[in-house]
Ligand binder design. Structure first.
Ligand code: HEC
Length: 155
C-alpha cells in the first residue's frame, strides 16, 4: 500500500468499516499448564526470540510483535502457516530489508508447533484460543510442508 495516497487510504478504511461484522464469536480462551508454559518459553527463546524479541516485542518495521498484537487473538491459521512455510515481509521503498522468517516444518513436529504457538497466544497479555496439534497436522498436509526430520526418517 506504499502507493496509496491519503484519499485511497480513507476510501479503503471507509469501505472496510461499512462491512457487517462476521458475527463469529471468538473461540474460548485456554490456560497453559505449568509444564507446557516452561517448555513453550524455552522453545520460544531458542527458536524465535532473536527476531520476535524475548518479550514478544518484535523489531519495529521489520518483525511483527506478539505482545499486544490483536491478530493473535483470532483464528490461528496464519500463525500456523508462518511456522510451517516461513514468511517474508514485503520489500518497499521505506522498508527495504524485506526480513524473512524460516520454515520450522523440518525441525518441529505438530505438537511442538502447537506448543510454541500456544505459548505465544497466552503470553504478554494475549488470551487466545488453543491451537490443537490436529490443526497443525491438517495444515501441514494441506500446504505440502515437509515432516519433521528425525534420525529414523533417514529410511
Ligand atoms: C530470522 C527471523 C525470524 C525468526 C527466527 C522467527 N521469525 Fe516469525 N517472522 C519473522 C518475520 C520477518 C515475519 C514477518 C513476515 C511478514 O511480514 O509477512 C514473521 C512472522 C511471523 C508470524 C506471522 C505473524 C502475523 O502477524 O501473521 C508468526 C506467527 C511468527 N512469525 C511466529 C514465529 C515463531 C513462533 C518463531 C519461532 C519458532 C518465529 N516466528 C521465528 C521473522 C522471524
Amino acid at each position: 500500500m506504499q502507493y496509496f495516497n491519503d484519499q485511497d487510504l480513507q476510501s479503503v478504511a471507509a469501505y472496510l468499516k461499512s462491512l457487517p461484522p462476521s458475527g463469529k464469536p471468538l473461540a474460548p480462551v485456554f490456560t497453559l499448564d505449568d509444564f507446557a508454559r516452561k517448555k513453550g518459553a524455552l522453545d520460544y527463546e531458542v527458536n524465535c526470540s532473536a527476531c520476535h524479541g524475548v518479550n514478544g516485542e518484535g523489531i519495529s518495521g521489520m518483525v511483527p510483535a506478539f505482545a499486544g498484537n490483536d491478530s493473535m487473538l483470532h483464528d490461528p491459521t496464519n500463525m500456523i502457516t508462518a511456522m510451517l512455510n516461513g514468511a517474508r515481509a514485503p520489500h518497499s521503498a521505506e522498508r527495504q530489508t524485506a526480513a524473512g522468517m524460516p520454515s520450522f516444518a523440518w525441525k518441529m513436529d505438530d505438537a511442538q508447533v502447537a506448543g510454541i504457538l500456544n505459548y505465544v497466544r497466552s503470553s504478554w497479555g494475549n488470551q487466545a484460543s488453543e491451537v490443537k496439534t490436529s490443526d497443525v497436522a491438517t495444515q501441514r498436509k494441506q500446504s505440502g510442508a515437509v515432516n519433521k526430520i528425525t534420525s529414523s526418517s533417514a529410511q
